[in-house]
Write a protein that binds this ligand. Structure first.
Ligand code: CP
Ligand code: NVA
Length: 309
């Protein structure tokens, strides 16, 4: 990369605990500043960011674009039909061309290899805005939200209920760095990637459990977390998955089993009545909207970090 302190943000466990905590701390500071109405802190002034989206998005697109703008920069949205990475043009060419115009490349792609290739050939920092494998920006925002609402992340119990997907992989990689108790309750055959589970366990930092029993799993949870059962790219499997995932809906009963202190979180978009009931998402202990807001604050800190600012 261009300078020694420029880095990519591809996986949470690419960073040590102190760095992750530093980024989260910075996110809180810059959030406070922006919430106060202060608009004179412009570290990204004169900088541009290319945002490649091979998949749809609301939160990722708007939070990156708004956050980068509020701190003085200009972000360029490139939708699924614009670049067509790997189809209209090879990823390594996209990486090198965009690096000549922009200070950061943020990308949301299908194959994880695409983000690795972008990072390999780009000469500016690359930020992972979700792949089929992981979603590190989301889990940084989730960690920030837990610090604000639960009071801390360390030592808490986070119970994810549903598909062992990209969100789970990022939780696992966070658990390889910060100590907490992570449980993934999923139907048989929908467990997270075994290698990632092993990697997280081998780090020896957190207690990690993969189970097929959501009722047992949620006991004493600080957070019960849900995501869609069919991710982007799997929508044709949606009706089959609705059958297989019976019993994995986060409903009022499951939240009751979790106990009074449990918050509900969901990365959104949610399918109400499918993986979560309307009642759970609208309940007072649901923190899905502060969580969504924190995407912007977490990412502002991530962008400051990768630019060495
Ligand atoms: N949570 C999340 O990444 O939302 P979008 O798909 O809307 O960006
Ligand atoms: N697992 C979901 C997350 C969306 C933010 C997906 O990949 O579609």
């Amino acid at each position: 990369k261009g300078t020694a302190n420029q880095k990519d943000f591809l996986h949470i466990n690419d960073f040590d605990k102190a760095t992750i905590l530093n980024i989260l701390d910075r996110a809180r500071q810059v959030k406070e500043l922006l919430k106060s109405g202060e608009r004179t802190y412009l570290p990204f002034k004169g900088k541009t960011m290319a945002m490649i989206f091979a998949k749809p998005s609301m939160r990722t697109r708007v939070s990156f674009e708004t956050g980068f703008y509020l701190l003085g920069g200009h972000a360029i949205y490139l939708g699924p039909s614009d670049i067509q990475m790997g189809k209209r043009e090879e990823t390594r060419d996209v990486a090198r061309v965009l690096s000549r115009y922009n200070d950061i490349i943020m990308a949301r792609v299908f194959a994880h290899q695409d983000i690795l290739d972008l990072a390999k050939y780009a000469t500016v920092p690359v930020i992972n805005g979700l792949t089929d494998y992981n979603h590190p920006c989301q889990i940084m925002a989730d960690a920030l939200t837990m610090i604000e609402h639960v009071g801390q992340l360390e030592g808490t119990k986070v119970v994810y209920v549903g598909d062992g997907n990209n969100i789970v992989h990022s939780w696992l990689l966070l658990a390889a760095v910060i100590p907490f108790h992570f449980v993934c309750a999923c139907p048989k055959g929908f467990e997270p990637d075994q290698e990632t589970v092993e990697k997280a366990r081998q780090a020896g930092v957190s207690k990690i459990e993969i189970t097929n029993d959501p009722k047992e799993a949620v006991r004493d949870a600080d957070v019960v977390y849900a995501d869609v059962w069919a991710s982007m790219g799997q929508k044709e499997e949606a009706s089959h998955r609705r059958q297989v995932f019976q019993g994995f809906q986060v409903d009022e009963q499951l939240m009751k089993l979790a106990g009074k202190k449990a918050y509900f979180m969901h990365c959104l978009p949610a399918e109400r009545g499918v993986e979560v009931t309307d009642g759970v998402i609208e309940a007072p202990n649901s923190i899905v909207f502060p969580q969504a807001e924190n995407r912007m604050h977490a990412q502002n800190a991530i962008m400051l970090h990768v630019l060495g600012l």
